[in-house]
Ligand binder design. Structure first.
Ligand code: C2E
Ligand code: CA
Ligand code: CA
Length: 754
């Protein structure tokens, strides 16, 4: 038995020395601690060997001393190793100095035991037939055991804390060492406390030394790395498949398993599933990205496949791996982004920019083909929004879009231009005018609460694919539309040559306006206004333009044009100023006369009407009541409150406000009740009809009566005959204007007429 264990001890020592030697090759920081630990283990084994081979008490005592000393060295090496093994890259934990002091004290007292015999003694004993020296522990040895166990438990504690704190992949390397330490500890304690004469626990310690060597220097770089990589690969977004050299799938990651519906355990089935999904996956060239599109009934998937082979040092294939990236979401996002940037969010139609781009594309791919460009507009859409609310407005726009999708010609491109306007482009042979007309004519919107009719117009411009100014084409289609904007019977209009000339003329006139004002080519004519006795009590100022080239121009030739482009304010301001100048000239000659001036509804968009007029009136020092203000009821169609404020201001400043063209448009009597007007100008269309139409006559009579009831002066326009005059006087009308008295005339003529 003694011989066997002597040999075992020698073998253990050799093994440990071998480990210590080989750990020298490692350049890891911990290799020093590993080497020290392995070497430290040699000392107690050597102690045991001496004890075992002792022939007298002295050598047995020396053997025991070496053993105790050795255990102290083992403990210090173990805790130094533990601290290094368990610390993270940044922490600087150190072994407390007190441990070194306690161990030094122990070493000294163990040595002194040779003199004082206070720690241990030996005595010869017999186990079976074997003679050996039995250890007799004294109190000094308890101190030794206390210090060693304290360090031992500290080491255990450090490992336990590490195991708790570490993520599962890393736990293994701590658990193995902890278990080995525990086993060695228990084994050793068993040997010590049962008093067996051979210390077999040295084998446990050697095993611990080997494990420490393995897990510190060998295990980590290979096994942990493998496991970590596998973990990363498993969590990757891409699907990965590994194949052996024969092409059988031997491993797939979680994503791959999801993609194929094959479990990770049954990797061998993956090859068949892959072949089913991606027929050519085996033959795709190495290191190249191959795109694959897979269509199912309701979805399209986009994949990128790459195949790489793994070769050993000699260049022999060890297998291949296939990586499949699912680009479906990315592709869909790009598509969505593209859709968002090219489609209007409210209606889903193309945006103006994208519609233009598409038209350009179509034109560049077709030569000498004729197309129609369409411009669609909802009449008075601003009013629709204001009266029915923007929610209804939005709904109406969506309905128009739906209607377009439903009814446009087969090869039509269409989109929303801006606001309530839509654009179209289609081959001219696809034009179906009657259908367009009837669709636009019967355009109603039902939002669930009520059905409302919208007046929708379309302008068409015929063009060829050789032309390239898309904006100009739409401008022309738009222009055609403006020609029928107030027409409730015709809904489609074509741009023609006359229109082009008209556009040119408009541009010319606009350019000429500033000079016309400066030269007084544009000036007011005066039309007398009479009372019931036929006496002239005032006049209306009506603009006339004596163009140097075109000659005389009536308001109809330029007022609508300037109302459209905003220059109307320049015209009106000039007429107001001229009227004020006349009134100021009349101060002495005709102080009783007034002049009425027209105010366009559009003036309110561009200028501060009250401030401008009041400024001129003050400038010429005129009594405000002498300059009468004519507004039409269409002014009240938008921003009513704001307009009422303006009218109130005029009133408060002493102006007389007249409601012009009453009865020509919507004639809201309700509005009349709230509007601060002093005079009602009954439109001449009534007079024209009233001579032979009893109904019209009755209406005029009632309007005159109503004005009287409301305390408003009535004035009838367009009085052309004596009979009309007499009849109106009988009806109670107060003031009169018309050719019966005089046409609008120049100032000189007017003064002569007086
Ligand atoms: P309005 O304000 O209703 O002016 C009355 C128009 O009726 C004038 O036409 C006048 O010449 C015409 N008229 C007067 N008596 C008779 C008659 O007995 N029979 C017929 N058939 N017609 C008669 P005019 O001067 O051509 O003006 C047309 C419109 O142009 C005016 O209608 C007014 O709305 C607008 N307008 C004229 N001057 C100005 C102006 O300085 N500024 C603005 N904003 N608009 C103006
Ligand atoms: Ca007028
Ligand atoms: Ca009028």
């Amino acid at each position: 038995m003694k011989t066997i264990f002597s040999i075992i001890y020698i073998l253990l020592i050799l093994l440990l020395l071998l480990c210590a030697l080989s750990s020298k090759k490692s350049n890891k920081k911990i290799s020093k601690q590993v080497r020290r630990f392995n070497l430290s283990l040699v000392i107690p084994i050597l102690g045991n060997l001496i004890i075992l081979c002792s022939k007298n008490e002295i050598t047995a005592l020396i053997g025991n001393f070496i053993y105790f000393l050795g255990m102290n060295v083992v403990m210090i090496a173990l805790i130094l190793f533990t601290v290094e093994y368990c610390k993270d890259a940044r922490s600087k934990h150190k072994v407390p100095k007190i441990l070194f002091i306690l161990l030094t004290i122990d070493n000294v007292q163990l040595l002194l035991s040779f003199i004082f015999h206070h720690a241990y003694e030996v005595k010869p004993a017999l186990s079976g037939k074997v003679h050996y020296y039995e250890l007799i522990p004294k109190f000094g040895l308890y101190y030794h055991r206390f210090v060693d166990y304290m360090i031992f438990f500290m080491v255990l504690l450090i490992f336990i804390i590490m195991i708790i704190r570490m993520p599962s992949v890393y736990k293994e390397k701590y658990v193995v060492i902890l278990v080995a330490i525990l086993i060695s500890g228990i084994w050793q304690s068993f040997d010590v406390f049962t008093g067996i004469y051979i210390d077999s626990s040295m084998m446990g310690f050697t095993l611990l030394g080997l494990l420490v060597y393995y897990f510190s220097l060998i295990y980590q770089p290979v096994a942990l790395l493998n496991k970590t990589l596998k973990n990363i690969v498993s969590q990757m977004q891409d699907s990965l498949f590994f194949f052996d050299p024969r092409g059988y799938c031997i491993w797939l990651n979680e994503q791959g398993s999801k993609l194929l519906g094959v479990s990770q355990e049954s990797a061998s089935e993956a090859s068949a599933s892959l072949y089913f999904m991606f027929k050519n996956y085996r033959i795709i060239p190495e290191n190249e990205n191959v795109e694959q599109i897979i269509k199912t009934e309701d979805k399209t998937f986009y994949y990128t496949l790459t195949r790489n082979s793994i070769k050993d040092k000699k260049g022999r294939s060890m297998g291949t791996y296939l990586r499949i990236i699912d680009n479906t979401e990315e592709k869909n996002r790009i598509k969505r982004d593209l859709y968002d940037s090219t489609h209007d969010s409210l209606t889903g139609l193309y945006t103006k920019e994208y519609l233009f781009t598409r038209i350009k594309e179509v034109f560049s791919n077709s030569q000498d083909k004729t197309y129609y460009i369409g411009y669609i507009d909802i009449n008075n859409f601003k009013l629709v929004n204001e009266i029915f609310g923007t929610d209804f407005g939005d709904y109406a726009l969506q309905r128009v879009a739906e209607e377009l999708i439903r009814t446009v010609p087969p090869h039509c491109l269409y989109g929303r231009l801006i606001g309530d306007t839509f654009g179209l482009c289609f081959p001219n042979d696809e034009l179906d005018l009657p259908t367009f007309e009837s669709n636009l004519k019967n355009f109603t919107v039902n939002d669930g609460t009520a059905e409302r009719r919208l007046v929708v117009h379309m302008g068409l411009y015929e063009t060829s694919s050789n032309e390239n100014d898309i904006t100009l084409m739409f401008d022309r289609a738009h222009f055609a539309l403006t020609e029928i904007k107030d027409n409730y019977k015709q809904h489609v209009a074509f741009y023609d040559k006359n229109m082009r000339e008209k556009v040119l003329l408009n541009q010319e006139m606009s350019a000429a306006l500033p000079r016309a004002i400066a030269n007084n080519d544009l000036r007011p004519y005066l039309q007398p206004i009479a009372d019931s006795k036929g006496n002239i009590i005032g006049a209306e100022a009506l603009a006339r333009w004596f163009h140097p080239e075109k000659g005389f121009l009536s308001p109809a030739a330029f007022i609508p044009l300037f109302e459209n482009n905003g220059m109307i304010a320049d015209v009106d301001r000039h007429i107001w100023r001229s009227a004020c100048k006349i009134l100021s000239d009349w101060k002495d000659t005709h102080p009783e006369l007034f002049i009425s001036v027209n105010i366009s509804p559009k003036d309110f968009y561009f200028i501060n009407v009250f401030d401008e007029i009041d400024m001129i009136v003050k400038e010429y020092g005129i009594e405000p009541a002498k300059l009468r203000i004519e507004i039409t009821e269409s002014v009240m169609m938008t921003n009513i409150d704001e307009k009422l404020d303006v009218l109130k201001k005029f009133h408060e400043a002493g102006y007389i406000v007249e409601l012009d063209d009453f009865g020509s448009g919507y004639s809201s009597f309700n509005l009349l009740k709230d509007m601060p007007v002093d005079l009602l100008k009954i439109d001449m269309s009534f007079i024209r009809n009233s001579s032979d139409n009893l109904k019209a006559k009755t209406i005029v009579k009632n309007i005159i009566q109503l004005s009287a009831d409301l305390g408003i002066t009535s004035l009838t326009e367009g009085v052309e005959t004596e009979a009309q005059f007499k009849a109106l006087v009988d009806m109670g009308c107060i003031l009169f204007q018309g050719y019966y008295f005089s046409k609008p005339v120049s100032i000189d003529e007017f003064e002569e007429f007086l």
